[in-house]
Design a protein. Structure first.
Length: 159
């Protein structure tokens, strides 16, 4: 059914749950997984509070450390599930485009992602990255809603 699953993560509890679901699904269908995390680039005209007080170098180093943490957690989940997994860190203003483009570039046939992540108030004002991926992706998207929802409940939305 699926041969290559893309799982975006932002390190939030919900996205980590989506990582677990993605790994379980990949194991059940013998698929490989690519996990991606997307960081916004440093912007000298930023409205993000974290960017106002940081230099480009400090911000870049902090994003690299956070991305490595998120991706290592996903890699550990893949090893535990016995699933082949590649990880990627991408810097992009619009995470949803990075997700869609990565799915196309890697020939992924499914995207498994959380219903929402850590974008805070901007998710309410601008719309969540998940909604944007759902709206613009030509690849099927499995949305994982709740942290303790069973894998088979999430997979039921596929049928």
């Amino acid at each position: 059914m699926y041969r290559h699953i893309l799982v975006p993560t932002d390190g939030s509890d919900l996205s980590l749950n989506a990582v677990e679901h993605g790994m379980a699904l990949a194991k059940s269908v013998n698929a490989k997984v690519t996990v991606v995390t997307v960081s916004p680039p440093f912007d000298t005209f930023a409205v993000e509070p974290d960017m106002i007080t940081e230099t480009r170098e400090r911000y870049g180093a902090r994003m690299t450390i956070l991305a490595a943490k998120y991706l290592n957690t996903a890699k550990e989940a893949a090893v535990a599930a016995g699933v082949s997994c590649e990880t990627m860190h991408i810097e992009r203003d619009q995470p949803y485009l990075a997700i869609i483009e990565t799915a196309a570039r890697k020939s992924c046939d499914l995207i498994v992602m959380a219903s929402h992540g850590r974008r805070g108030i901007s998710a309410i004002v601008l719309g969540s990255e998940t909604v944007k991926v759902l709206t613009h992706s030509t690849v099927p998207v499995l949305v994982v809603r709740a942290p303790h929802q069973g894998v088979f409940t999430a997979l039921a939305s596929l049928t």
